[in-house]
Design a protein around this ligand. Structure first.
Ligand SMILES: Cc1cc2nc3c(=O)[nH]c(=O)nc-3n(C[C@H](O)[C@H](O)[C@H](O)COP(=O)(O)OP(=O)(O)OC[C@H]3O[C@@H](n4cnc5c(N)ncnc54)[C@H](O)[C@@H]3O)c2cc1C
Length: 398
């Protein structure tokens, strides 16, 4: 792996690949290292094997970060359309599933193949199966000791991702490097992750595993309308994954079980039209029957509708629109799609992704404290931040 190299990128995931390609396309000599046995493992497993590679509606509002402004510059300079153009140039067929989410028609493998072909065209040297033992900064060079020997460059890009799915190569190495160079790492936790229930809250729903219904999940000012899925351990589904990034144990998490409906007006109409019908029967017509039945066993009294005076119908409607979900925790990094928190953006440049502390040191992708919603936003951040750093590498070596 003897150079000379203009830049070494650690982590051949979405962000690292894009950064290396961008710098390589501008004539920079780039070495891309990964300890895993192949590149882009998360790309391969993403989107159920079809890679939700971007979201056409991407805006900075779709990201969580201690500094919500940090992601703006990079996202503005590399838009979803830029990645779509790349995908189109490689003749990869895609489709929009819902809510601006773009997926490959065929397989995520095509995205990895495309990025590797781009690496080759850009002259990027890719080394997999290459654990990094030590990184030092001597003079104006970063010197790495790796399992495949030493290497050095005046620029080092850390693109090691977050902690989610350790079995896919995730490690805390990026955070260790950040601290080594004097950067602050904001507390990390699992995001876009199923929530777990315990005790009586678990017992009450456990046997409904597999039941799904549309809800609006609300927590700490965030709200997401999508499906909820009851699992053996708790709850999942897109609405829960989304809200999980805004929830921490003890926070108030509410579900509107009949989203988009004025529930009181609807119940009053039902009461007028079919006074003899029981609440559970009426509810079972607009949500899964077993779920309605369980609601009426535990949280709501089920009587013929005529037996509800208005003063009792109101709290029923209120509960259906703000049903409290008492989660005990999350399934953690084992199943989380992303890691919240990470390298503090305060000490990074939002236009180049370079450290304000150490000249030539860059952090991109998920290792940084920028986390997207579910739906292609995380890859768009990886592409955009990788592209911004790649352009900065091109500019510095010129
Ligand atoms: C199951 C799953 C499905 C997902 N689906 C989607 C989706 O459809 N759409 C979407 O937008 N997002 C999705 N995500 C999130 C998305 O995969 C990540 O946000 C994105 O991959 C982050 O890119 P990255 O390059 O920063 O990190 P990664 O893609 O995680 O890449 C980091 C790379 O660094 C390497 N590395 C780590 N530690 C070391 C080390 N010590 N030495 C050398 N190399 C190291 C890893 O092996 C890896 O190759 C999904 C995530 C998961 C887990």
């Amino acid at each position: 792996m003897q150079g000379p190299w203009d830049a070494i990128v650690i982590g051949a995931g979405a962000a690292g690949l894009m950064c290396a390609i961008t710098a390589g396309r501008h004539g920079r000599r780039v070495l891309l290292l990964d300890h895993a046995n192949k590149v882009g493992k998360k790309i391969l497993m993403s989107g159920g094997g079809r890679c939700n590679f971007t979201n056409t509606g991407t805006t900075p509002a779709n990201y969580l970060s201690a500094n919500p402004h940090y992601c703006k510059s990079a996202l503005a300079r590399y838009a979803p359309q830029d990645f779509i153009d790349l995908v189109d140039r490689h003749r990869i067929a895609w489709h929009e599933k819902e809510l601006g989410q773009l997926f490959c028609d065929d397989s995520s493998k095509q995205i990895v193949r495309m990025l590797l072909d781009e690496c080759e065209a850009a002259g990027v040297r890719v080394e997999t199966g290459c654990p990094i033992e030590e990184v030092r900064h001597h003079g104006d060079h970063f010197r790495l000791h790796t399992a495949q020997g030493p290497c050095a460059a005046p620029a080092l890009v850390v693109a090691t991702g977050g902690l989610s799915i350790p079995s896919m190569g995730a490690s805390g190495f990026g955070y260790t490097l950040a601290r080594q160079f004097g950067h602050e790492v904001l507390p990390t936790r699992a995001g876009l992750v199923p929530l777990t229930l315990s005790g009586k809250h678990h017992e009450r729903l456990q046997d409904l595993a597999g039941v799904a219904l549309p809800v609006e999940a609300r927590c700490n000012g965030a709200r997401f309308s999508n499906q909820l899925l009851v699992t053996h351990r708790g709850v999942s589904g897109p609405a829960i994954l989304q809200i999980s990034s805004y929830w921490q144990p003890g926070d108030d998490l509410r579900l509107d079980l009949l989203p988009g409906r004025d529930v009181l007006a609807w119940l009053q109409a039902q009461q007028r039209e079919r006074p003899a019908a029981e609440l559970k029967t009426v509810l079972g017509e607009v949500m899964p029957r077993r779920f309605a039945q369980r609601l009426c066993e535990i949280w709501l009294p089920s009587r013929p509708l005529r037996q509800y005076p208005d003063a009792e119908l109101r709290p029923v409607a209120a509960l259906l629109q703000a049903w409290p979900l008492i989660a005990s925790g999350s399934e953690g990094y084992r199943t989380a799609e992303v890691t919240l928190g990470g390298v503090d953006t305060d000490q990074l440049s939002s236009s180049t992704m370079m450290s304000r502390r150490v000249e030539g040191l860059y952090f991109i992708g998920e290792v940084v404290d920028v986390t997207g919603w579910l739906g292609g936003y995380n890859f768009q951040w990886a592409w955009a931040s990788g592209h911004a750093a790649g352009l900065a590498l091109a500019a510095r070596a010129a």
